[in-house]
Write a protein that binds this ligand. Sequence first.
Ligand code: PXL
Length: 283
Amino acid sequence: MEKQKRVCAIHDISCVGRCSLTVALPILSAAGMDCGILPTAVLSTHTGGFEGFTYRDLTVDIQPISAHWQKLGLGFDALYSGFLGSFEQIDLVGELFDTYRRPGNIVLVDPVMADEGKLYSIYSPEMAQGMAKLCGKADIIIPNITEACFMVDEEYKAGPYDKAYIENLLKKLAELGPKQIVLTGVHFDEKSLGAAVYDAHQDSVEYVMSQRVEGHFHGTGDVFGSALLSGLLRGKPLAEAAQIACDYVYEAIRITLDLSQERRYGVAFEMALPVLMKKLDIL
Ligand code: PXL
């Protein structure tokens, strides 16, 4: 058997609400990865739908943690960043990428900062420029449409979309520097929802779709990103990994609806894990 691959997942810990590390760690672990974490902040809950959450910024811990890892001679097969705890962390995470980049490893950036046309309440507009810079250091980026619009200064539109709107965003995102882009939240009608997968070298776009469920489901971006990275590390090509991630997110949403669970607590990704593991040839 092949040795396990090691990931460094750089996201916050939202103690309750199933997003960021409470999603990335179990999904990547279920996919067989040795998942290391670098917490960017600790919050009592995520910021979308709860009042009065606590917020501990962990910016000062990033360099000492990395310095220890360097002493140990650690390497990672993938670095996966998401929600950052402060504007200053953008440069620190960029330095981590410089430190741990090696031939063949994957630097995946989810420029988590906005959704449904709006920046998250804790971020200021300068975050968009910073995230755009960080995306320039990534191999693959996975913004949603709102984040894409903020980073390339285009007008946000609610869907359904047309291909011209999506493909203009993809080309402008590619100008930021990443070789591959997976733009999420793409839909051309009310029935399906998925992602546009762009390869800058080949200038090729593929669309991957699953069944669409009306409305917003918290944490699905992190479920998608973690499943996508799992697929890539299990050797799947990008578009296939994106299709698997779309289908997995749909399954988690379907179960959440079946159980009539409150959406702000995130989706039932745990109960959909067997579906993901089958698609990743683990079960
Ligand atoms: O899933 C994105 C996310 C991650 N972390 C925190 C958030 C959000 C979205 O609102 O608030 C703390």
